[in-house]
Design a protein around this ligand. Sequence first.
Ligand code: NAP
Length: 258
Amino acid sequence: MMDGGEIAEEVPNKDGEDLSLKKKIFVAGATGSTGKRIVEQLLAKGFSVKAGVRDLDKANTTFSQSNNPALQFVKADVTEGSDKLAAAIGDDSEAVICATGFRPGWDLFAPWKVDNFGTVNLVEACRRVNVNRFILISSILVNGAAMGQLFNPAYIFLNVFGLTLVAKLQAEQYIRKSGINYTIIRPGGLRNEPPSGNVVMEPEDTLYQGTISRDQVAEVAIEALACPEASYKVVEIISQPDAPKRSYQDLFGSVRQR
Ligand SMILES: NC(=O)c1ccc[n+]([C@@H]2O[C@H](COP(=O)([O-])OP(=O)(O)OC[C@H]3O[C@@H](n4cnc5c(N)ncnc54)[C@H](OP(=O)(O)O)[C@@H]3O)[C@@H](O)[C@H]2O)c1
């Protein structure tokens, strides 16, 4: 952890690179189960964080270190349009990590509003404030129909409510055409438990089952910031106990751009 809010001068990542080149990161969906871990890991690695949240009171109770000067909360509802989001991201964020996901409720359009248009709003906001690095937490199976997984129970389940995976795929396609330097991370089923295996990383439309700890998803998102090999890529991740331990440079480098 940092002391007194100072950003560490040299913060080597798992591959020995200097992560501190990226100083302030905006995290959308920061009070979510994965977003919270992303914020905590960023702080632990010496970044400053602008945590985009819907509810400031919730933010204050979610983070034990809410008085850490390197952590700033800003209101950021992704459905409220790109003007407000641009103001929230500001001109001092170097990259945006998006860990939003609709909260189940009565609104059948919520996935479309949050996971599609909300993400599109964030990308547009990045353009306005000249942020050119965008990391999205998406999901395996978003392109399940094209993968021949139309009858995969997970694909059916996740689309029954508001076509969630289709909404996410639409947002991914928007990002890929936007010109922004993106890394789209598609995890398998998310677990709250600590990692129980090593990360397996595959190209888009490969994995159709498997799970991964949210801690590892957060780690992959942050490592993507430092790895040039992660740029303009879609990667799918799960973890497996018997998978070999590989560096992130190797993992990202093994997935080809399409
Ligand atoms: N669950 C799985 O097994 C699984 C598998 C693969 C991929 N994923 C995807 O991985 C991502 C992270 O999942 P998770 O389970 O960690 O997320 P989560 O705990 O459900 O958190 C979702 C976050 O999105 C925020 N959010 C919702 N609507 C918003 C809006 N209109 N504007 C701004 N923020 C909004 C929530 O804010 P509040 O805290 O204010 O509610 C929360 O912070 C999601 O995109 C999810 O679809 C999940």
